[in-house]
Design a protein around this ligand. Structure first.
Ligand SMILES: Cc1ncc(COP(=O)(O)O)c(C=O)c1O
Length: 400
């Protein structure tokens, strides 16, 4: 008897039980745990954001609108103008999201099948929700392995002609989770041109667009290097382009569930109607907090300093061990090779390392088939990062 459909029964749960068992054992033994697993840093929320939320909690609760408040849209336009030079235009629409995860998942329902096209193309390794979105929408997931040779950039023009023709939408994610690779203006132009030529919707997952080297803020050595700040393709075209931007990494509001979809007004207006059915209106008090968060850059600069510092603390250890080929251009992850002695078995490696209190993610959990790598999210504080790197160095030395 099938109680759920085959997409649901076929969902591969992360094989986390083993990791959970190890963590529970460490806790019971009173041993420290250094959790570099999930990209959810524990940094206190900037006070004005919390204050705005608390002040906006109403006496009488009412349904929020999916369109969002005018005040929120104002501050989002302000942000897009300040950060990317994208100015208010009738060609571009903006709607709030309950975090970008739901928006990434739900957009598949709106796009799969357009013009008879059913493929959703996305980078691998990458964020697992692209695949789930395609499957639940009755589409066909099409992961494309991205490698160091192209700086982890997906090149859809190299795909088989029939796939290029049948792609309803393509996910591009720069800064890229897990590698931190960024994209250039020229690359974005190539992608936009390809999307226009093949009539494909460009979905840009810009979740990490504000997490970059803090030195770019201070203008160290008087070097503006503005072009090293991550870009969004919406700067270059809005025609069949949507960007998904989040307050989770920019402002550390993972628990608030707040982001936005911005782009081609024709698509935004259509998905607004669809989203009214999805039940994804962002609560008004969250929107009030989000308005403050999009309006301010200072707290984001402070967060960049924290992540840049942590990356600088950890990277030399991994380089010395020969596990880190290159430092990330942006985001807050270190994408490393596992030691040769583990013969490509990344799950075995991360479980053995977890026994020493260091939790990381193996490439097998971020990919459909890529083995031999692991990801560290810069979640633990400075002191814990250094302590963990010392333990990791000893562990690798003992196991090589
Ligand atoms: C690449 C990428 N996209 C989107 C998300 C979703 O973020 P949120 O739903 O918190 O906005 C994440 C979360 O880690 C991510 O890594």
């Amino acid at each position: 008897m099938e109680l759920v459909n085959s997409v649901t029964s076929g969902m591969r749960p992360y094989p986390m039980e083993e990791l959970a068992r190890i963590k529970a054992g460490l806790s019971k033994a009173g041993k420290p745990i250094f959790d570099f697993g999930t990209g959810d840093p524990k940094i206190p929320t900037w006070d004005p954001i919390r204050d705005a939320l608390l002040k906006a909690v109403p006496q009488i609760s009412q349904y929020p609108s999916v369109r969002g408040t005018d005040a929120l849209r104002e501050s989002q336009w302000g942000y897009l103008g300040r950060r990317f030079g994208i100015h208010r235009s009738a060609d571009i629409g903006i709607i709030p999201a309950q975090g970008t995860k739901e928006a990434i998942f739900n957009i598949g329902l709106c796009l799969v099948g357009r013009e008879g096209k059913r493929h959703l193309v996305y980078p691998d390794p990458g964020y697992p929700v692209y695949r789930a979105s395609a499957l639940y929408a009755g589409g066909i997931p099409y992961p494309v392995r991205v490698t160091r040779e192209t700086n982890f950039r997906l090149e859809p023009w190299k795909l088989p002609a029939e796939i290029q023709k049948s792609t309803a939408a393509i996910w591009i994610n720069h800064p890229h989770n897990p590698t931190g690779a960024t994209a250039s203006y020229e690359y974005w132009q190539q992608i936009i041109d390809w999307c226009h030529k093949t009539n494909t919707i460009l979905l840009s997952d810009d979740c990490y667009v504000d997490i970059y080297d803090a030195e770019l803020d201070s203008g160290v050595n008087n070097d503006p290097r503005k072009d090293r700040m991550p870009l969004t393709p919406l700067q270059q075209s809005s025609d069949r382009v949507l960007t998904f931007m989040s307050l989770s990494k920019r402002s550390g509001l993972t628990g608030y569930r707040s982001g936005m979809i911005a782009g081609d007004a024709r698509i935004i207006n259509s998905i607004l109607q669809a989203r009214a059915n999805f039940g994804v209106g962002s609560p008004d008090f969250i929107q009030a907090a989000a308005t403050v968060a999009w309006d301010d850059e200072h707290h984001v600069q402070e967060r960049r300093k924290i992540f840049t510092h942590r990356l600088k603390l950890a990277a030399p250890y991994l380089e010395k061990l020969g596990l880190l080929e290159s430092r990330p251009e942006a985001a807050f992850y270190l994408w490393c090779q596992i030691p040769k002695s583990f013969q490509g078995d990344d799950v075995k490696f991360i479980l053995a390392l977890a026994e020493h209190g260091i939790i990381t993610s193996p490439s097998s959990w971020l990919s459909e088939g890529l083995k031999g790598y692991f990801r560290l999210a810069m979640v633990p504080d400075d002191k814990s990062t250094v302590e963990a790197m010392e333990i990791l160095s000893k562990f690798v030395a003992q196991n090589s």
